[in-house]
Design a protein around this ligand. Structure first.
Ligand SMILES: NC(=O)c1ccc[n+]([C@@H]2O[C@H](COP(=O)([O-])OP(=O)(O)OC[C@H]3O[C@@H](n4cnc5c(N)ncnc54)[C@H](O)[C@@H]3O)[C@@H](O)[C@H]2O)c1
Length: 342
């Protein structure tokens, strides 16, 4: 099978390309250039690709030409502006990338006859957040306060409308997942990125919302969910459906507790500093009910919360000690496929 991953130069995309290549698939990618220090470059992910395209998905013609040129069997659409705080700073780019860009990918796929399945990646933040403890189910209302969440909710609704009304016959499904952690993330404003950078430098870490509860999941578990959904589409099942891929309640953990665990796994005496007055609204609690994915796709997390944190710290420590990032990714993918043995 030939997979096209949009957003392959990003964090999830770089891991996904490696997972797909390890499973023996052909893989191509379509995205902007990787940001400085990205896993994509550090792990030489470009070497694994059939086509490595630099295309802005806001450009409809370039996106259509790129998808047609690759002529893939499967499209997994990850490309997005994925950061909440950046979305406050630059709402226009966020909306244009996440909504117009998704439209352009859907339209390009509809005009590429080779495609047998596509999965559109949105997020847990698509749900209208009422700060409740129970996880959201797929049939609950969408919403979004900040431009990132609202634009991803809009992309999700756009995809639902596209499935219902466009006449496109490519089996299409939506995957919603939450915060993921794993080796090599460099996105600004993500907790694990801040923790690893600070502890690596022996510095204290600054937290904005120590009591915010998030569902923490390892990137490989999330990506395994996307691939379980893709496989179902290829078997002729689940077209038109949305699925949550979130961890169970044992992985709903406060930001402050995550910082303490990571400090302990790192073996650092650096501390945690609370920034008193965060200026931007961020949701207090977000959790997903992944029962549907468990029942209908047979998917479940391989890694516990502590394992997810340990694997992320181990990745950073091994690479920090001079090991090749591709080899460390490859070892972790093999261990994951072995049922979660590192
Ligand atoms: N990482 C998380 O914790 C998380 C949580 C929920 C949902 N998601 C979703 O997963 C997907 C991937 O996230 P990530 O963490 O890998 O983000 P990332 O920022 O690491 O990667 C984003 C990718 O999108 C590409 N991109 C951005 N703008 C583009 C444009 N205009 N044209 C073409 N490509 C463009 C970038 O080049 C990059 O390859 C996103 O859709 C995001 O909303 C991520």
């Amino acid at each position: 099978m030939h997979y096209l991953v949009t957003g392959h130069t990003g964090f999830k995309g770089a891991w996904l390309v490696q997972m797909l290549a390890a499973a023996g698939h052909e893989v191509s990618g379509l995205a902007l250039a990787p940001v400085e220090g990205a896993l994509f470059a550090r792990a030489h992910v470009g070497e694994l690709l059939v086509h490595d395209l630099r295309v802005d998905i806001r450009d409809a013609m370039a996106t259509a030409a790129g998808v047609a040129n690759v002529s893939p069997d499967v499209v997994i659409h990850l490309a997005a502006q994925p950061l909440v705080r950046e979305s406050y700073r630059d709402p226009r780019t966020t909306w244009e990338t996440n909504v117009n860009g998704t439209f352009n990918v859907l339209d390009a796929v509809a005009n590429t006859s080779s495609v047998k399945a596509q999965v559109i990646i949105t997020t847990d933040k698509v749900y209208r957040n009422v700060n409740r403890v129970e996880g959201y189910r797929e049939d609950e209302p969408l919403g979004g306060h900040d431009p990132y969440s609202a634009s991803k909710a809009a992309a999700d609704l756009l995809t639902q409308s596209w499935i219902a009304s466009s006449g496109c016959t490519v089996p299409t499904a939506i995957a919603r997942a939450g915060n993921v952690v794993g080796g090599g993330d460099v996105c600004a404003e993500r907790l694990m990125v801040d923790l690893v950078a600070a502890f690596n430098a022996g510095q204290d870490v600054h937290l904005r919302y120590p009591h915010a509860v998030r569902p923490w999941q390892h990137v490989l578990d999330c990506l395994a969910g996307y691939l379980a959904l893709t496989d179902a589409l290829l078997r002729g099942e689940q077209a038109g459906e949305a699925f949550n891929f979130g961890p169970g309640p044992a992985s709903f953990v406060e930001v402050g507790a995550v910082a303490e665990l990571v400090a302990q796994l790192w073996g650092t005496s650096a501390g945690v500093v609370i920034d008193p007055a965060p200026e931007l609204h961020e949701a207090g609690l977000l959790a997903l009910d992944a029962g549907k994915a468990q029942r209908e796709l047979g998917w479940r997390d391989h890694l516990t919360f502590t394992d997810a944190m340990r694997w992320t710290v181990d990745w950073a420590k091994r690479v920090g000690a001079g090991e090749d990032p591709r080899q460390v990714c490859s070892d972790q993918i093999a261990g994951f496929n072995d049922g979660g043995q590192e």
